[in-house]
Write a protein that binds this ligand. Structure first.
Ligand code: HEM
Length: 180
């Protein structure tokens, strides 16, 4: 493990923005897809894309954890009150955990009836456990609740960063920017 740095490095920033882009696309895509009938051809197009981007988030979660172990994140920026410090740590922990839990629930709810996850006929990820229809329905519901819970934390996270940038005028947002 290397020494904690003062700033996010390029790999940490790239992972942050790539994951953010995927998650922010997946939430409306999932919402749109779940409103379509199973007979609608757009349902399958949206589902293929949703599975592909969602499984990419799961892979990137492991890359992110590995990178955080190799190169720990810097301490939080700015002058923080106790509630801000703990609020930020709790929100970051919940967001990081959701990067594993939400796609894992998506994968399970798709595969527990024996079907694999198919990534554009290029890659097939097999079913690992088979469960009853009731258990599968529960997984689908859990995927939905956790995904919308994650969406709520993403909104809080964006509002908190905007507050740091525009009201407290500290370096919180500047440190994560790739552009200048
Ligand atoms: C970070 C990753 C993911 C996010 C943020 C996400 C988000 C969502 C959202 C918001 C919904 C709509 C829920 C509803 O209103 O009913 C949804 C539905 C769904 N997602 Fe995901 N998802 C992710 C990953 C995955 C993965 C990896 C899979 C499968 C491999 C998956 C499979 C599904 C399925 C089967 C549905 C239900 C579709 C239906 O109602 O017909 N998701 N997802």
């Amino acid at each position: 493990m290397t020494k904690r740095q003062d700033n996010y490095n390029t790999i940490a920033k790239t992972l942050h923005w790539l994951i953010a882009l995927l998650v922010i696309s997946l939430i409306p895509l999932g919402w749109y897809m779940s409103g379509l009938s199973n007979e609608d051809p757009w349902y399958y197009r949206a589902f293929d894309l949703h599975q592909t981007l969602g499984m990419a988030v799961l892979v990137l979660f492991f890359v992110k954890i590995a990178w955080m172990l190799i190169s720990p994140n810097p301490k939080l920026a700015g002058n923080l009150a106790r509630w801000e410090y703990w609020g930020a740590h709790i929100a970051h922990g919940l967001l990081t955990g959701s990067l594993a839990v939400v796609p894992a629930l998506g994968y399970l709810s798709t595969t527990t009836q024996g079907d694999p996850v198919v990534i554009y006929e290029l890659l097939e990820i097999p079913s690992l456990v088979e469960l009853s229809e009731d258990a599968t329905d529960l997984l689908i519901a859990l995927h939905m609740y956790f995904a919308y819970g994650m969406a709520a934390i993403v909104i809080i996270h964006i509002l908190a960063v905007a507050r740091h940038h525009y009201i407290k005028k500290d370096d919180t947002f500047k440190r994560m920017r790739i552009w200048y």
